[in-house]
Design a protein around this ligand. Structure first.
Ligand code: SAH
Length: 364
Protein backbone atom coordinates (compact mmCIF):
# COMPACT_ATOMS: atom_id res chain seq x y z
CA UNK A 1 0.00 0.00 0.00
CA UNK A 2 1.35 3.46 -0.90
CA UNK A 3 2.24 5.57 2.12
CA UNK A 4 -0.19 8.50 2.58
CA UNK A 5 1.77 11.70 2.04
CA UNK A 6 0.14 13.86 4.68
CA UNK A 7 1.59 13.54 8.18
CA UNK A 8 -1.86 14.08 9.71
CA UNK A 9 -3.21 11.08 7.75
CA UNK A 10 -0.27 8.96 8.87
CA UNK A 11 -0.83 9.90 12.51
CA UNK A 12 -4.56 9.14 12.23
CA UNK A 13 -3.74 5.74 10.69
CA UNK A 14 -1.39 5.00 13.57
CA UNK A 15 -4.04 5.97 16.14
CA UNK A 16 -6.61 3.76 14.39
CA UNK A 17 -4.19 0.83 14.39
CA UNK A 18 -2.74 1.06 17.89
CA UNK A 19 -5.01 3.38 19.90
CA UNK A 20 -4.64 6.90 21.31
CA UNK A 21 -1.05 8.22 21.46
CA UNK A 22 0.73 10.23 24.13
CA UNK A 23 1.50 13.89 23.49
CA UNK A 24 5.21 13.01 23.49
CA UNK A 25 4.78 10.51 20.62
CA UNK A 26 2.67 13.04 18.72
CA UNK A 27 5.20 15.84 19.30
CA UNK A 28 8.12 13.64 18.25
CA UNK A 29 6.36 12.65 15.02
CA UNK A 30 5.33 16.23 14.21
CA UNK A 31 8.82 17.65 14.83
CA UNK A 32 11.20 14.93 13.73
CA UNK A 33 9.36 12.55 11.35
CA UNK A 34 12.16 11.63 8.87
CA UNK A 35 10.58 13.35 5.86
CA UNK A 36 7.52 15.30 7.01
CA UNK A 37 8.60 16.51 10.47
CA UNK A 38 8.66 20.25 11.14
CA UNK A 39 12.41 20.30 11.90
CA UNK A 40 13.29 18.23 8.82
CA UNK A 41 12.04 20.78 6.37
CA UNK A 42 12.71 24.43 5.55
CA UNK A 43 14.25 27.08 7.79
CA UNK A 44 11.50 27.96 10.31
CA UNK A 45 13.26 31.05 11.69
CA UNK A 46 13.06 34.76 10.97
CA UNK A 47 10.46 37.28 9.87
CA UNK A 48 9.31 35.06 6.97
CA UNK A 49 9.33 31.89 9.06
CA UNK A 50 7.32 30.97 12.12
CA UNK A 51 9.29 32.55 14.96
CA UNK A 52 12.21 34.86 15.80
CA UNK A 53 14.84 33.92 18.37
CA UNK A 54 17.14 36.14 20.47
CA UNK A 55 20.26 35.79 18.28
CA UNK A 56 18.16 36.85 15.27
CA UNK A 57 17.04 39.98 17.15
CA UNK A 58 20.46 41.35 18.03
CA UNK A 59 24.15 40.46 17.64
CA UNK A 60 24.61 41.44 21.29
CA UNK A 61 22.94 38.21 22.43
CA UNK A 62 25.61 35.99 20.82
CA UNK A 63 28.35 38.37 21.91
CA UNK A 64 27.30 38.07 25.57
CA UNK A 65 27.40 34.30 25.21
CA UNK A 66 30.86 34.67 23.64
CA UNK A 67 31.97 36.55 26.77
CA UNK A 68 30.47 33.82 28.97
CA UNK A 69 32.29 31.12 26.96
CA UNK A 70 35.59 33.02 27.16
CA UNK A 71 35.22 33.50 30.94
CA UNK A 72 34.35 29.88 31.50
CA UNK A 73 37.24 28.64 29.32
CA UNK A 74 39.57 30.85 31.40
CA UNK A 75 38.08 29.43 34.63
CA UNK A 76 38.84 25.96 33.28
CA UNK A 77 42.51 26.99 33.13
CA UNK A 78 42.48 27.90 29.41
CA UNK A 79 42.83 24.27 28.22
CA UNK A 80 44.89 23.85 25.02
CA UNK A 81 42.13 21.71 23.51
CA UNK A 82 38.38 21.83 24.16
CA UNK A 83 35.09 21.14 22.39
CA UNK A 84 32.60 23.92 21.80
CA UNK A 85 29.21 22.27 21.17
CA UNK A 86 25.95 23.95 20.25
CA UNK A 87 22.66 22.04 20.41
CA UNK A 88 20.22 23.20 17.71
CA UNK A 89 22.29 26.10 16.28
CA UNK A 90 19.50 27.43 14.01
CA UNK A 91 21.09 29.64 11.36
CA UNK A 92 24.45 29.70 13.18
CA UNK A 93 23.96 33.36 14.10
CA UNK A 94 24.56 32.95 17.85
CA UNK A 95 27.89 31.21 17.27
CA UNK A 96 29.01 33.62 14.55
CA UNK A 97 28.48 36.49 17.01
CA UNK A 98 30.05 34.61 19.93
CA UNK A 99 33.09 33.64 17.84
CA UNK A 100 33.81 37.32 17.05
CA UNK A 101 34.39 37.74 20.79
CA UNK A 102 36.26 34.45 21.18
CA UNK A 103 38.68 35.41 18.37
CA UNK A 104 40.01 38.20 20.60
CA UNK A 105 40.94 35.77 23.39
CA UNK A 106 44.54 34.65 22.82
CA UNK A 107 44.76 30.90 22.20
CA UNK A 108 41.04 30.16 22.47
CA UNK A 109 40.18 29.69 18.77
CA UNK A 110 43.27 27.51 18.25
CA UNK A 111 42.24 25.30 21.17
CA UNK A 112 38.62 24.96 19.99
CA UNK A 113 37.00 22.10 18.14
CA UNK A 114 33.50 23.13 17.04
CA UNK A 115 30.68 20.56 16.95
CA UNK A 116 27.09 21.32 15.92
CA UNK A 117 24.19 19.06 16.91
CA UNK A 118 21.56 19.58 14.21
CA UNK A 119 18.92 17.55 12.36
CA UNK A 120 17.57 20.11 9.86
CA UNK A 121 19.33 19.98 6.44
CA UNK A 122 18.16 23.49 5.46
CA UNK A 123 19.62 24.92 8.68
CA UNK A 124 22.89 22.96 8.25
CA UNK A 125 23.32 24.79 4.91
CA UNK A 126 22.83 28.15 6.65
CA UNK A 127 25.26 27.13 9.41
CA UNK A 128 27.84 26.27 6.73
CA UNK A 129 27.52 29.76 5.25
CA UNK A 130 28.43 31.43 8.53
CA UNK A 131 30.68 28.92 10.26
CA UNK A 132 32.79 27.09 7.64
CA UNK A 133 35.93 29.15 8.49
CA UNK A 134 35.81 27.56 11.97
CA UNK A 135 35.78 24.00 10.49
CA UNK A 136 32.82 22.64 12.46
CA UNK A 137 31.75 19.02 12.48
CA UNK A 138 28.03 18.16 12.36
CA UNK A 139 26.39 15.38 14.38
CA UNK A 140 22.75 14.45 14.94
CA UNK A 141 23.30 12.91 18.40
CA UNK A 142 25.55 13.93 21.27
CA UNK A 143 26.77 10.33 21.61
CA UNK A 144 28.61 10.80 18.30
CA UNK A 145 31.09 12.94 20.26
CA UNK A 146 31.80 10.22 22.84
CA UNK A 147 35.34 9.55 21.58
CA UNK A 148 36.36 13.09 22.60
CA UNK A 149 37.98 13.48 26.03
CA UNK A 150 38.86 17.19 26.24
CA UNK A 151 36.94 19.73 28.37
CA UNK A 152 33.67 20.77 26.85
CA UNK A 153 31.61 23.97 26.68
CA UNK A 154 28.02 23.69 25.49
CA UNK A 155 25.32 26.16 24.50
CA UNK A 156 21.64 25.52 23.74
CA UNK A 157 19.25 28.37 22.91
CA UNK A 158 15.59 27.42 22.41
CA UNK A 159 16.49 23.74 22.11
CA UNK A 160 14.83 22.15 25.15
CA UNK A 161 11.38 23.66 24.41
CA UNK A 162 11.29 21.51 21.25
CA UNK A 163 11.81 18.21 23.10
CA UNK A 164 8.66 16.10 23.63
CA UNK A 165 6.59 16.38 26.81
CA UNK A 166 3.84 14.26 28.35
CA UNK A 167 0.83 15.78 30.11
CA UNK A 168 -1.11 14.43 33.09
CA UNK A 169 -4.54 15.57 34.30
CA UNK A 170 -6.12 15.01 37.71
CA UNK A 171 -9.59 13.49 37.55
CA UNK A 172 -11.63 12.21 40.48
CA UNK A 173 -8.57 12.32 42.71
CA UNK A 174 -6.16 10.38 40.48
CA UNK A 175 -3.75 11.47 37.72
CA UNK A 176 -4.18 10.20 34.15
CA UNK A 177 -2.04 10.73 31.06
CA UNK A 178 -3.57 13.00 28.44
CA UNK A 179 -3.72 11.18 25.09
CA UNK A 180 -4.55 12.11 21.52
CA UNK A 181 -7.32 10.02 19.95
CA UNK A 182 -9.80 10.30 17.08
CA UNK A 183 -13.43 11.20 16.76
CA UNK A 184 -14.18 10.35 13.13
CA UNK A 185 -11.17 11.85 11.36
CA UNK A 186 -10.64 14.62 13.88
CA UNK A 187 -7.83 14.37 16.42
CA UNK A 188 -8.88 15.23 19.94
CA UNK A 189 -7.68 14.92 23.53
CA UNK A 190 -8.77 12.23 25.92
CA UNK A 191 -7.47 10.59 29.10
CA UNK A 192 -5.83 7.25 29.64
CA UNK A 193 -8.11 5.09 31.83
CA UNK A 194 -5.08 3.86 33.79
CA UNK A 195 -4.21 6.07 36.78
CA UNK A 196 -0.60 7.19 37.06
CA UNK A 197 1.37 5.40 39.78
CA UNK A 198 1.60 7.75 42.79
CA UNK A 199 5.41 7.40 42.91
CA UNK A 200 5.62 9.08 39.49
CA UNK A 201 3.79 12.22 40.64
CA UNK A 202 6.09 15.11 41.58
CA UNK A 203 5.74 16.27 45.21
CA UNK A 204 4.62 19.73 44.07
CA UNK A 205 1.49 18.16 42.50
CA UNK A 206 0.28 16.12 45.45
CA UNK A 207 -2.27 18.69 46.73
CA UNK A 208 -3.64 19.82 43.34
CA UNK A 209 -7.36 19.92 42.70
CA UNK A 210 -9.31 18.07 40.02
CA UNK A 211 -8.72 19.38 36.50
CA UNK A 212 -5.09 20.33 37.28
CA UNK A 213 -2.56 19.50 34.58
CA UNK A 214 1.19 18.95 34.78
CA UNK A 215 3.86 18.36 32.17
CA UNK A 216 6.98 16.27 32.15
CA UNK A 217 9.78 16.00 29.59
CA UNK A 218 11.60 12.76 30.28
CA UNK A 219 13.75 13.25 27.19
CA UNK A 220 14.93 16.68 28.41
CA UNK A 221 15.78 15.18 31.81
CA UNK A 222 17.67 12.36 30.09
CA UNK A 223 19.61 14.76 27.88
CA UNK A 224 20.59 16.86 30.93
CA UNK A 225 21.71 13.88 32.98
CA UNK A 226 23.80 12.55 30.05
CA UNK A 227 25.35 15.99 29.58
CA UNK A 228 25.97 16.36 33.30
CA UNK A 229 27.85 13.02 33.41
CA UNK A 230 29.88 14.06 30.38
CA UNK A 231 30.76 17.42 31.93
CA UNK A 232 31.83 15.76 35.16
CA UNK A 233 34.08 13.28 33.30
CA UNK A 234 35.65 15.79 30.96
CA UNK A 235 35.10 19.05 32.94
CA UNK A 236 33.17 21.94 31.49
CA UNK A 237 29.77 23.62 31.46
CA UNK A 238 26.45 23.88 29.65
CA UNK A 239 24.46 27.11 29.25
CA UNK A 240 20.82 26.37 28.29
CA UNK A 241 18.50 29.28 27.53
CA UNK A 242 14.76 28.91 27.00
CA UNK A 243 11.35 30.13 28.01
CA UNK A 244 9.94 28.40 31.02
CA UNK A 245 9.49 28.34 34.77
CA UNK A 246 11.98 27.95 37.62
CA UNK A 247 9.74 25.75 39.78
CA UNK A 248 7.80 22.68 38.68
CA UNK A 249 4.22 23.91 38.41
CA UNK A 250 0.69 23.20 37.25
CA UNK A 251 -0.34 24.36 33.79
CA UNK A 252 -0.82 23.52 30.12
CA UNK A 253 1.97 25.10 28.04
CA UNK A 254 1.80 22.79 25.00
CA UNK A 255 1.56 25.20 22.08
CA UNK A 256 1.78 25.52 18.30
CA UNK A 257 3.18 28.52 16.43
CA UNK A 258 2.63 28.99 12.70
CA UNK A 259 3.46 32.24 10.88
CA UNK A 260 4.08 34.05 14.19
CA UNK A 261 0.54 33.14 15.40
CA UNK A 262 -0.63 30.66 18.02
CA UNK A 263 -2.36 27.70 16.35
CA UNK A 264 -4.16 24.51 17.42
CA UNK A 265 -1.40 21.94 18.19
CA UNK A 266 -3.58 19.11 16.85
CA UNK A 267 -4.59 20.82 13.59
CA UNK A 268 -1.61 20.73 11.20
CA UNK A 269 0.99 18.07 12.07
CA UNK A 270 4.45 18.93 10.70
CA UNK A 271 3.39 22.42 9.59
CA UNK A 272 3.49 24.25 12.92
CA UNK A 273 6.27 24.46 15.50
CA UNK A 274 5.21 22.56 18.63
CA UNK A 275 6.78 23.49 21.94
CA UNK A 276 6.24 23.50 25.69
CA UNK A 277 7.66 25.75 28.36
CA UNK A 278 10.75 24.30 30.00
CA UNK A 279 10.56 23.10 33.61
CA UNK A 280 13.96 24.35 34.79
CA UNK A 281 13.58 22.83 38.25
CA UNK A 282 13.24 19.34 36.80
CA UNK A 283 16.24 19.94 34.52
CA UNK A 284 18.41 21.19 37.39
CA UNK A 285 17.38 18.13 39.45
CA UNK A 286 18.26 15.81 36.55
CA UNK A 287 21.87 17.01 36.63
CA UNK A 288 23.97 14.34 38.31
CA UNK A 289 26.55 16.87 39.60
CA UNK A 290 26.11 20.34 40.98
CA UNK A 291 27.63 23.51 39.60
CA UNK A 292 29.12 24.46 42.94
CA UNK A 293 26.88 27.53 42.92
CA UNK A 294 23.82 28.28 45.01
CA UNK A 295 21.98 29.47 41.97
CA UNK A 296 22.01 27.63 38.67
CA UNK A 297 19.10 29.45 36.96
CA UNK A 298 18.95 33.19 36.23
CA UNK A 299 16.47 35.20 34.20
CA UNK A 300 17.73 36.13 30.74
CA UNK A 301 17.74 39.79 31.83
CA UNK A 302 19.91 39.07 34.90
CA UNK A 303 22.31 36.95 32.86
CA UNK A 304 22.69 39.43 29.98
CA UNK A 305 23.08 42.39 32.34
CA UNK A 306 25.76 40.54 34.30
CA UNK A 307 27.61 39.92 31.02
CA UNK A 308 27.55 43.67 30.26
CA UNK A 309 24.81 44.04 27.63
CA UNK A 310 23.69 47.48 28.85
CA UNK A 311 27.23 48.93 28.74
CA UNK A 312 27.85 47.41 25.30
CA UNK A 313 24.60 48.95 24.01
CA UNK A 314 25.60 52.37 25.39
CA UNK A 315 28.99 52.20 23.67
CA UNK A 316 27.39 51.17 20.34
CA UNK A 317 24.87 54.00 20.69
CA UNK A 318 27.68 56.52 21.21
CA UNK A 319 29.48 55.23 18.09
CA UNK A 320 26.32 55.02 15.94
CA UNK A 321 23.94 57.78 17.07
CA UNK A 322 21.74 57.16 13.99
CA UNK A 323 21.01 53.64 15.26
CA UNK A 324 20.48 54.58 18.90
CA UNK A 325 16.71 54.05 18.83
CA UNK A 326 17.02 50.61 17.17
CA UNK A 327 19.73 49.54 19.60
CA UNK A 328 17.52 50.54 22.51
CA UNK A 329 14.52 48.66 21.05
CA UNK A 330 16.58 45.49 20.53
CA UNK A 331 17.99 45.71 24.05
CA UNK A 332 14.48 46.05 25.44
CA UNK A 333 13.28 43.00 23.48
CA UNK A 334 16.05 40.92 25.05
CA UNK A 335 15.91 42.16 28.66
CA UNK A 336 12.53 43.95 29.06
CA UNK A 337 10.29 42.49 31.75
CA UNK A 338 7.28 42.20 29.44
CA UNK A 339 9.48 40.97 26.55
CA UNK A 340 12.03 38.12 26.81
CA UNK A 341 13.78 39.34 29.97
CA UNK A 342 11.93 37.39 32.63
CA UNK A 343 10.06 34.65 30.74
CA UNK A 344 13.38 33.36 29.38
CA UNK A 345 15.76 31.70 31.84
CA UNK A 346 19.42 30.68 31.66
CA UNK A 347 20.40 27.38 33.29
CA UNK A 348 24.02 26.48 33.96
CA UNK A 349 25.14 22.90 34.58
CA UNK A 350 28.86 22.30 35.13
CA UNK A 351 31.47 19.96 36.47
CA UNK A 352 31.84 20.11 40.24
CA UNK A 353 33.50 23.23 41.60
CA UNK A 354 33.78 25.08 38.27
CA UNK A 355 31.32 27.74 39.40
CA UNK A 356 30.94 29.66 36.10
CA UNK A 357 30.26 33.38 36.38
CA UNK A 358 27.57 34.82 36.86
CA UNK A 359 25.83 31.79 38.34
CA UNK A 360 26.68 32.58 41.93
CA UNK A 361 24.55 33.46 44.93
CA UNK A 362 25.15 37.21 44.91
CA UNK A 363 24.01 37.77 41.29
CA UNK A 364 20.44 38.00 39.99
N1 SAH B 1 19.37 28.07 18.65
C1 SAH B 1 18.80 28.66 17.45
C2 SAH B 1 17.62 27.85 16.88
C3 SAH B 1 16.48 27.51 17.81
S1 SAH B 1 15.23 26.54 16.99
C4 SAH B 1 18.39 30.08 17.71
O1 SAH B 1 18.40 30.48 18.87
O2 SAH B 1 18.09 30.80 16.77
C5 SAH B 1 15.62 24.88 17.48
C6 SAH B 1 16.87 24.31 16.85
O3 SAH B 1 17.04 22.98 17.34
C7 SAH B 1 16.85 24.21 15.33
O4 SAH B 1 18.17 24.41 14.86
C8 SAH B 1 16.39 22.77 15.13
O5 SAH B 1 16.64 22.28 13.85
C9 SAH B 1 17.13 22.06 16.23
N2 SAH B 1 16.55 20.80 16.72
C10 SAH B 1 15.27 20.60 17.10
N3 SAH B 1 15.10 19.33 17.57
C11 SAH B 1 16.31 18.75 17.48
C12 SAH B 1 16.81 17.44 17.82
N4 SAH B 1 16.01 16.51 18.33
N5 SAH B 1 18.12 17.19 17.60
C13 SAH B 1 18.94 18.15 17.10
N6 SAH B 1 18.53 19.39 16.77
C14 SAH B 1 17.24 19.69 16.94
Amino acid sequence: MAEPLDLGDQINAQIRATGPMSISTYMRLCLTHPTLGYYKKADPLGAKGDFVTAPEISQLFGEMIGIWLANTWTSLGAPKAFDLVELGPGRGTLLADALRVIKNVPGMIDAMRLALVETNPALIEKQKNLLTPFTPIWVTELSQLDDHTTPILMVANEFFDALPIRQFIKKDGTWHERLIGLEGDKRQYGLSPTPLHTELIPDQMKDSSDGAIFEQSLLSQDVISTISDKLQNRSGALLAIDYGYTQTQIGDTFQAIENHQFADPLANPGKADLTAHVDFESLAKAATHTTGTDQNTLTQAAFLKAMGIVERTESLKAKNPDHAANLETDLNRLIGDTEMGSLFKCLCISSEGLNPYPFAAEVG
